[in-house]
Design a protein around this ligand. Structure first.
Ligand SMILES: Nc1ncnc2c1ncn2[C@@H]1O[C@H](COP(=O)(O)OP(=O)(O)OP(=O)(O)O)[C@@H](O)[C@H]1O
Ligand SMILES: [Mg+2]
Length: 461
């Protein structure tokens, strides 16, 4: 956290709390971090400052009356500040453990919150992100409509229509335009790299390269030369100079993939470079500088890695100024259908097959599957089905969905009708005949047949 926020002048922050010691501690912290600090100790003081001064971000305490911790006065103040300066990002401070208060504040338009007692690094980085977001959005507004359209055309395809992905889309849209470092988490195959490419393509660095590096799988001997480059003769195999990823990503975006499994020694070296922006190619004594925005991705639970000492907390803070978590595909049923159709169109075109869609059973089966391999698995399943299908629609048999040994389907996310279809189908698959299936389902044979014919399913007698 050593470099000041980039920009022409230091960012101005308003700090408001009715406890003088708190204001003083914050003033010292933020001044040290490169902010210029305005102070207020009462709601009236805050309103006067917001009305009279130009500032980039406000950090407001939510509790003013000494005898209450309800935060009601703070919430009113927040609304008044939003009315005076709608574009001013406000970060609120809430009492520790008062998540409900923070949620209320976010609903009233606060951009973020910190709990007291605060963590210095975290607080500074939250304020910086807000300053950067604000500057980026005014810069983006300056880009003409024409260039914005060109910008959008270049975005990679990111299919996301589900409820679960709504907050993710909002977050990446907001964060893209900033220079904030983003950590993207999620299970294997959830689309972390797609999201990283999307963020880069929507950022102000889009005209510069996106430089991916598999940071979790580099041997110690290779790590430094891959990231920082080397000069000819630095070691036996160094026949020529080599430019490292940091230099390639100067003014651009560095994508550190699989960051969660990076060995400790490499973490320390990476942290140092991220803190100083300086590095030396292997075998060279000349220091180089690079202005790099990092996007990183991991599918390991990184907080756990931190608590068991396998991942450095200070490095995590560097990388996850903003964290984007991608939900697993089984929690995004609407995306299963949308992505399935998307891949179907793409693969049908590629293999020149006149396939137009899925039949009803195939759709039910796609929704019933638990997708342990997430979007990547879905893509492979559709590709295989497109290759195998002889008709113009994909049927359930073309999908070859393997039933996972343990995990059941996402029943609680199905409609009643889909769940019924699914359970009936499973019973028939399991037992192999209608009589045993009816018994297993607690139905008479004729009741089962009525349901089957309503579903358009024929079964072996
Ligand atoms: N939302 C999406 N829209 C379109 N395609 C997607 C989407 N999400 C994932 N994909 C596709 O699914 C595949 C896997 O995505 P990606 O490589 O981004 O996953 P990942 O999370 O990085 O996986 P891993 O953890 O295994 O590295 C890619 O082919 C990608 O194009
Ligand atoms: Mg990946």
């Amino acid at each position: 956290m050593s470099e000041p926020v980039q920009g022409e002048r230091p960012p101005r922050v308003l700090v408001a709390d009715d406890v003088a010691d708190v204001v003083e501690a914050l003033r010292l912290l933020l001044k040290g971090a490169g902010f210029s600090v305005l102070q207020a100790s009462s709601p009236a003081g805050v309103e006067a400052a917001v009305a009279g001064e130009d500032m980039d971000v406000a950090l407001l305490d939510m509790n003013y009356a000494r005898d209450t911790t309800s935060g009601a006065e703070g919430l009113d103040l927040l609304s008044r500040v939003r009315a005076i300066a709608p574009d001013l990002p406000v970060v609120v401070m809430t009492a520790w453990g008062s998540v409900a208060g923070a949620v209320l504040a976010m609903k009233r338009g606060a951009r973020d919150y910190v709990e007291k007692p605060w963590q210095n690094d975290r607080l500074v980085s939250i304020l910086r992100v807000q300053v950067e977001l604000r500057r980026a959005s005014s810069q983006a507004a300056l880009l003409g409509a024409q260039s914005m359209r060109e910008h959008e055309r270049a975005l990679p395809e990111l299919v996301a229509v589900s409820k679960a992905m709504e907050p993710v889309k909002r977050l990446i849209e907001r964060v893209a335009a900033s220079d904030a470092n983003v950590l993207i988490t999620g299970e294997h195959g959830t689309g972390k790299e797609v999201v990283a490419r999307w963020i880069h393509a929507a950022s102000l660095r889009a005209h510069r390269p996106f430089v991916p590096v598999n940071a979790g799988a580099l041997a110690d001997g290779v790590f430094e030369s891959e990231l920082f480059g080397h000069v000819k003769g630095a070691f036996t195999d160094a026949k020529t100079d080599r430019i490292g990823c940091f230099e390639l990503a100067d003014g651009a975006t560095l994508f550190l993939d699989e960051i969660g499994t990076m060995p400790p020694g490499q973490q320390a070296k990476l942290l140092r470079v991220l803190e100083t922006g300086e590095f030396q190619p292997v075998g060279s004594s000349r220091t180089r500088r690079a202005n790099v925005r990092t996007l990183s991705a991991t599918n390991v639970a990184i907080a756990e890695e931190v608590s068991r000492g396998a991942f450095r907390e200070d490095l995590l803070y560097r990388l996850n100024t903003v964290e984007v978590h991608l939900p697993p595909l089984r929690d995004r049923p609407e995306d299963v259908v949308a992505l399935g159709s998307h891949f179907l169109r793409r693969k049908a075109e590629r293999y020149r097959k006149p396939i137009t869609g899925f039949d009803g059973d195939a759709t039910t089966a796609l929704l019933g599957h638990s997708w342990p391999g997430n979007v990547r698995e879905l893509e492979h399943v559709i590709e295989r089905a497109v290759v195998l299908t002889e008709g113009t629609t994909i049927a359930i048999g073309d999908l070859h969905l393997r039933r996972p040994a343990s995990e059941g389907p996402a029943l609680e996310r199905m409609t009643l009708a889909d769940a019924e279809t699914y359970l009936i189908r499973r019973a028939i698959e399991r037992t192999g005949n209608a009589t045993a299936a009816a018994e297993a389902l607690g139905l008479s044979r004729s009741a089962l047949y009525r349901r089957l014919s309503a579903m358009g399913i024929r079964v072996p007698e």
